[in-house]
Design a protein around this ligand. Structure first.
Ligand SMILES: Cc1cc2nc3c(=O)[nH]c(=O)nc-3n(C[C@H](O)[C@H](O)[C@H](O)COP(=O)(O)OP(=O)(O)OC[C@H]3O[C@@H](n4cnc5c(N)ncnc54)[C@H](O)[C@@H]3O)c2cc1C
Length: 727
């Protein structure tokens, strides 16, 4: 009897829950179809005039040095700091922001690029009946809608597939994902849906099909994180905030409060990192928004304070676009060690990640080979065995540091706060730490509210909900067509400019160089396979780019997409920047060296180039060795045991292929492990062995030698009468 009651109760509750979810999902589908629902309720309009152009870096420096006292000085130019500066300035506060490197050079350019509520956190909220967790998801979903609305050119909804390999998981995940839609309410981007196995494979053909029973697709947002960060900084600058990159806070200024007799923070000593010049910036309130570096600034205020940041590194890898469909991501909710792995299309490439490893705080985190291999192994688990996941296909890799924090006011010092923390020290330093990219705006709002209260600042309410960012005002999804029609840009380039600069794309197009060709009329690409053009480098200088690294990693995203392509583009980028910024030859050389170092260590070039040396053991079978030796000797005709650039040139000439000498040097250099100017037979066999094992891909020498061999063989085999030659 009791058992029947339990079963009946379970069926009723379960059925009721499913019916509610179903009913509400029908409603949200209806809502999606009838698109006149508002995503976000905009705040009151800002009543400060917006400058037409952002000031130059020199103007910003003058403002920093000549303003007798700011209301607010923000330290840190990541998403959080720039969000604080924008919030403060639009409330009418006299605002300054300093960043010691480039805007977004820290964690904010190294994220998974998702604008999300956190499906995982919702699952925890339900399983543990944790209201705080639920509130966090709800807040993030609101912020997701806001961010997509205020910068539509830089962001958009992305469908993400959750492959299901066990029947019982299908209703379980479906209910979970439907609840995610429901919590978003009217801000749900698009309704989630279930897919049959065959439909899932149709949409994601690379998916592992054995045991697959179906899939669930849900929506989150995706953005270009570094450009979004810059858009926030530029918007703040246009509203009048004095924002400067390459300006480091070296210590805090303090004065004694006459009323309480206590020491109060009243500004900071700053150092222009590019010139070494130091100056003071005075402010009623100083905000520490330095992400993983939060403790170093807290210690400038109070040496004795204990650390709150528990840094954790997350690595991502970038693979060619063909690894994922153009517009569908994948989420593996349970990897071999319980982490979540995302596999997402981004800027026509595929991003996979991330890891989660305790780390030291450093401004230059390095992705390790172990991390890269962990991600590759996970990717192999859910891709079809027809798709060979090769180490050599990793085009770039980077590491970012999560600024996880414990709440300094919490008694339990061990527990990491799931949300952000705003704390005001005894001397008035306001610290904002933790949180995530998606919630940067609400974090900034909480911070400026706290700053106003702690420092008695006179300011209006927060204005940033619905406040459009740089480039958003006149952007429309068809704006790129006008760029093609008015300027004669390639369609792919125009689309890229529109989705990067929004309505400011016209300013880039205006300075684009005439190609002299019939088509495209303007817009010279930096490297052939990416739509970045030279004019962006000139424009990037206006957008406060000071170094070649700024240009390859945050104004353009080349370094994040393909390290080799970024390396190839560097000389031209440095030439253009050199002209704009009046660099000497020596300065250009230094820039090249430091950018190469950045690519080598921070963007995975080292790990990539070591694949050949690390896999130096030749594991080819004898028949393959014979085959490759024959190919090698087609070039090394005199059997010297090595090939030089002259050997390659002579073969290429015989088959009418023209490659300039510099490129040929580069091609040989990639394989010339002992750097003696020639490729020995052993080096060639190492290369072919590494290619077979998947450690190396895209070797120009290997493809060139194979093509030449095929060409020469055809010439030998085809009789004259069939080749069309002779009488
Ligand atoms: C691997 C990974 C993936 C992530 N993915 C996502 C995601 O998909 N979606 C999401 O919402 N969130 C994501 N996050 C979280 C998100 O990226 C971070 O929460 C956010 O970027 C932190 O921004 P921030 O401004 O606080 O820190 P940062 O971006 O690190 O900015 C802090 C800045 O302070 C500067 N600074 C430090 N000291 C000084 C000084 N003395 N003077 C001047 N400047 C100083 C630094 O140079 C730095 O630029 C991810 C994080 C990681 C690590």
């Amino acid at each position: 009897m009791a058992f029947r009651k339990v079963v009946k109760g379970t069926v009723l509750i379960g059925g009721g829950a499913i019916a509610t979810v179903f009913g509400l999902s029908q409603f949200s589908q209806y809502r999606n179809k009838h698109d006149n629902f508002m995503y976000v309720q905009a705040a009151e309009p800002v009543n400060i005039p917006m400058k037409n152009h952002f000031p130059t870096r020199e103007d910003q420096f003058l403002a920093l040095q000549n303003t007798s006292e700011f209301d607010v000085l923000v330290i840190g130019g990541g998403a959080t700091g720039c969000g604080c500066a924008l919030d403060a300035v639009t409330r009418g506060l006299k605002t300054a922001l300093v960043e010691r490197d480039d805007f977004s050079s820290g964690t904010s350019s190294r994220s998974t690029k998702l604008i999300h509520g956190g499906v995982r956190y919702l699952q925890k909220a339900i399983m543990r009946l944790d209201f705080e967790q639920y509130r966090m998801v709800k807040e993030a979903l609101h912020e997701r809608a806001n961010l997509l609305e205020i910068a539509p050119h830089l962001s958009g909804p992305l469908p993400i597939m959750l492959p299901v390999y066990k029947w019982w998981q299908l209703p379980y995940y479906w209910v979970g994902i439907k609840l995610y839609d429901l919590v978003a309410g009217s801000q749900c981007l698009k309704s989630s849906y279930v897919l049959s196995k065959s439909r899932a494979l149709e949409l994601f053909p690379m998916l592992q099909k054995d045991r697959l029973v179906g899939a669930i697709v849900y929506y989150d947002g995706q953005h270009n994180d570094a450009r979004m960060n810059l858009a926030i900084a530029l918007t703040a600058a246009r509203y009048g905030a004095a924002t400067a990159n390459y300006t480091e806070v070296v210590h805090l200024l303090k004065k004694t409060d006459p009323k309480s007799g206590k020491e109060r923070v009243c500004g900071a000593r700053c150092r222009d990192v590019l010139t070494g010049q130091e100056f003071d910036v005075k402010a009623k309130c100083v905000i520490n928004a330095t992400g993983p570096f939060t403790d170093s600034v807290r210690k400038m205020d109070d040496q004795e304070v204990s650390n709150i940041c528990q840094p954790s590194a997350g690595v991502h890898i970038v693979m060619p676009g063909y690894y994922s469909p153009d517009n569908m991501g994948l989420l593996d909710p349970a990897t071999s060690d319980g982490r979540v792995i995302f596999f997402l299309p981004w800027e026509k490439m595929t991003i996979a990640g991330t890891t989660d490893t305790p780390t030291e705080v450093t401004p230059h985190p390095i992705p390790t080979e172990e991390d890269i291999n962990f991600i590759l192994t996970e990717v192999r688990n859910y891709l079809s065995c027809d798709v060979e996941v090769r180490r050599g296909d990793v085009l770039a890799a980077w590491s970012g540091i999560r600024p996880l924090v414990t709440d300094p006011s919490s008694k339990d010092t061990q527990s990491i706060s799931r949300n952000h923390v705003v704390a005001v020290s005894d001397s008035g330093l306001v610290t904002i730490a933790g949180g995530k990219w998606t919630t940067y705006r609400s974090m900034a709002q909480d911070t400026i509210d706290a700053a106003i209260q702690a420092h008695n600042l006179k300011a209006g309410p927060c204005k940033t909900v619905g406040l459009l960012l740089q480039g958003a005002k006149d952007w429309s999804p068809t704006l790129y067509i006008r760029l093609v029609q008015d300027y004669g840009l390639e369609s792919e380039v125009a689309q890229h400019l529109a989705s990067t600069y929004g309505d400011k794309a016209f300013e880039v197009a205006k300075i684009a160089q005439v190609t002299g060709k019939r088509w495209p009329i303007v817009g010279k690409r930096l490297v052939s396979e990416f739509p970045y053009i030279e004019a962006e480098i000139m424009y990037g200088v206006k957008e406060y780019a000071c170094t070649a690294v700024d240009m390859i990693s945050r104004r353009t995203r080349l370094a994040f997409l393909n390290v080799q392509a970024a390396d190839e583009a560097l000389p031209r980028i440095i030439d253009i920047m050199g002209k704009e910024l009046h660099w000497s030859e020596q300065k250009k050389k230094e820039e090249l060296e430091s950018a190469k170092k950045f690519l080598y260590y921070e963007m995975g070039y080292k790990a990539k180039s070591e694949q050949l040396t690390d896999s130096s053991e030749i594991t080819l079978i004898p028949s393959d060795i014979d085959r490759y030796k024959k190919r090698f000797h087609m070039f090394d005709k005199e059997k010297k045991g090595f090939i030089t650039i002259l050997d390659v040139q002579s073969v290429l000439e015989s088959i009418s292929i023209q490659i300039d000498e510099n490129t040929l040097h580069e091609i040989l250099n990639e394989v010339d492990l002992n750097k003696n100017g020639q490729v020995e037979l052993n080096e060639f066999l190492q290369l072919m062995s590494a290619i077979q094992k998947g450690y190396v891909s895209g070797s120009r020498l290997a493809v060139l030698m194979k093509t030449a061999e095929e060409n020469l063989r055809e010439r030998v085999v085809i009789p004259v009468d069939r080749s069309g030659g002779g009488l």
